[in-house]
Design a protein around this ligand. Structure first.
Ligand code: FE2
Length: 243
């Protein structure tokens, strides 16, 4: 069994201490888990302004985590500044082994835009073809599906059908995971299950038909628990302790 923790939309800022405090509490909640995750994936919007100083904040806060941490960019990030802060990450699209699970981190950003598009479908197709028998999680910032809230869906992926065509060729993909919408959601996608993750900072108000708004809901994260070709996803609130 492999446990992949997902933290998203941290929005660390050198102008506002609140997101940093929120991430610190999320890290503490992860450290309190009885069964420690094998790795953590950070699905974008890590730095609110994409500044090197904000990535330095990130490195400081995640230094408390004993397991590997794998970052990928969101629309608030600067890809070059992010890669400079994580020299162990050699490219914006990369694959790592997480205790027998393959994690494929994909860049879905378009510079200067809130919406996104999978940057390199051919890379993802080839990377998945390298290990057809190994369960895989494909991670990116922008969800490839509509969550049913128009103002959020307008800044989704421009061509989700390109990703769907790749995923449909590789049945070992147990999850396609994303962030961006600052809320948990689940949808069937290309023969597998796709999810979005709560923000480790602030949650969007995903009221179908509603207007753009934040909420005062607690920060959260996701745990993807993978056992062979089977997987379950838990959504957790930061600060949750057993009673
Ligand atoms: Fe965000």
């Amino acid at each position: 069994m492999t446990i992949l923790a997902q933290l998203s939309d941290l929005h660390l800022s050198d102008e506002d201490p609140v997101p940093t405090k929120s991430l610190r509490e999320a890290v503490s909640t992860l450290l309190d888990l009885t069964e420690s995750p094998d790795a953590v994936v950070l699905t974008g919007d890590l730095a609110d302004h994409g500044r090197p100083s904000e990535y330095a904040l990130l490195r400081t806060e995640i230094a408390r985590l004993p397991m590997p941490v794998h970052p990928l960019p969101g629309n608030h990030d600067d890809v070059d500044a992010l890669l400079a802060a994580f020299p162990e990450v050699k490219a914006a699209n990369y694959v790592v082994d997480v205790a027998g699970l393959r994690l494929l981190c994909c860049d879905s950003t378009i510079p200067g835009q809130s919406g996104g598009d999978l940057s390199d479908p051919d890379w993802l197709d080839a990377a998945l073809a390298e290990a057809p028998g190994t369960p895989a999680v494909v991670a990116m910032h922008h969800p490839p599906y509509h969550i049913g809230v128009e103002w959020i869906d307008l800044m989704g992926q421009a061509h989700p059908e390109r990703l769907a065509a790749v995923i449909a060729r590789h049945p070992q993909v147990v999850r396609v995971i994303a962030g961006h919408v600052h809320a948990g959601s689940v949808r069937g996608f290309a023969g597998t299950v796709a999810t979005t993750c709560p923000s480790a900072y602030r949650q969007l108000h995903i009221d179908p038909g509603g207007r753009p708004a934040m909420t005062d809901a607690a920060p959260g994260f996701a745990l993807h628990i993978v056992d062979g070709d089977d997987a379950v996803t838990h959504f957790r609130q930061v600060g949750t302790r057993p009673a």
